[in-house]
Design a protein around this ligand. Structure first.
Ligand SMILES: Cc1ncc(COP(=O)(O)O)c(C=O)c1O
Length: 360
């Protein structure tokens, strides 16, 4: 007999867990837009520094890391809110500005967590379907925002899964037309593109920008996310922030990684070379449509075949990519992350096998 279970909130009763694909075994993992080269924790802290990390005390180093990052972003430390990955600061965004009776406008297809976190916070998603190619014009953005009258408007730029940027004038026009709405700009991949809206924060107090250590800083396992906004808005976030949400160990490593600007420059250049190589190889495959990307991943759409079949054939060659065909506007689509040069070679070599039998 099934046990009697406690009753959850009705809108979460049938809510599925986020699928990460972590349980799938593969030699080459190109499914999560991480930086593929190993980044061992031992490279960052000497045994002596590790001994200075006292785990019996609650973390006190948040101010140091905020100061360090504020310098890099040319803002004041009180404009920063740190989280356990940017997903945490994103959740806080929806807790503070979303929730029951409030709405989030999303331009689909986009990072699926924005919709999930809206719902988890108790709010409602309004989708504006852009589809592919993902071209958001200023007029389109302004019209969608005027119609939705949402409490939160989200722009992910460069966008996941499409890999392209949203014109800044579209984002700023929405922020200016709706000063009472919060405009969230997710810049998880902006370092790869070399662009940012940070300079516009001062003139747009209703804008928040999120960033992460998970991509170009090669530290997805560390879990560091950053939100940057007007100091008064940052204060609103601190009201919901969990005390000591970023661990002492994380602070110690993150403070080292934050200073390593040379590696960021090197990775951006390497990603540019490697994504170009993968893009050129994909472009030669007649069975797919490939979308240009300024990020560390590339989206492509099967013209005839089901993405599940193609995904499975990559896995036969030991290469795990991401099936995102269930995301809004992404029917027939798969996404591949850029890996190490060797891994990208494995992906490119697999193309012949994967598409040998595909209808042209
Ligand atoms: C657009 C976007 N934002 C945020 C995140 C989450 O990053 P974090 O690891 O900082 O939680 C991702 C991760 O893939 C992403 O694609």
């Amino acid at each position: 007999m099934a046990p009697r279970l406690p009753k959850p909130r009705a809108d979460l009763a049938a809510f599925p867990a986020y699928r990460t694909g972590q349980q799938v075994k593969a030699d080459v993992r190109l499914n999560a837009n991480e930086w593929a080269e190993p980044n061992p924790a031992g490279d960052w802290l000497t045994p002596r520094e590790l001994d200075a990390v006292l785990l019996n005390r609650y973390p006190t180093a948040a101010l140091d890391l905020r100061g360090l990052l504020a310098e890099r972003y040319h803002v004041e430390p009180d404009q920063l809110v740190l989280g356990n990955g940017s997903n945490e600061v994103l959740l806080n965004t929806f807790l503070v500005f979303g929730g029951h009776g409030r709405t989030t406008l999303l331009f689909q297809p986009t990072y699926s967590m924005h919709a999930r976190l809206t719902v988890i916070a108790g709010g409602t998603v309004v989708d504006e379907l852009i589809g592919l190619p993902y071209d958001i014009t200023r007029d389109r953005a302004v019209a969608a925002a005027a119609k939705a009258r949402a409490d939160i408007v989200v722009f992910t730029t460069p966008n996941n899964p499409t890999g392209n940027e949203i014109p800044f004038d579209a984002i700023l026009a929405v922020a200016e037309a709706h000063p009472e709405a919060l405009v969230l700009v997710d810049e998880a991949y902006s370092d790869f593109a070399g662009t940012t809206l940070l300079a516009e924060l001062a003139a747009h107090p209703n804008m928040v920008i999120s960033k992460t250590f998970s991509k170009v800083r090669a530290a997805a396992g560390l879990r560091v996310g950053i939100l940057i906004t007007h100091p008064a808005v940052a204060e609103l976030f601190r009201a919901v922030q969990l005390p000591y949400n970023v661990s002492t160990l994380t602070h110690a490593v993150a403070a080292k990684i934050a200073r390593d600007d040379a590696s960021v420059t090197r990775r951006v250049a390497q990603n540019h070379r490697e994504s170009g190589r993968v893009y050129e190889a994909l472009k030669k495959v007649r069975a797919i449509e490939t979308y240009p990307s300024v990020t560390n991943f590339i989206l492509f759409r099967m013209k005839e075949e089901t993405p599940a079949a193609v995904h499975a054939r990559f896995l036969e060659k030991g290469v795990l990519i991401r099936d995102i065909s269930m995301w809004p506007g992404c029917a027939g689509c798969l996404r591949v992350s850029i890996g190490t040069p060797e891994e990208n070679g494995r992906f490119i070599a697999a193309l012949d096998h994967v598409f040998a039998a595909a209808p042209a």
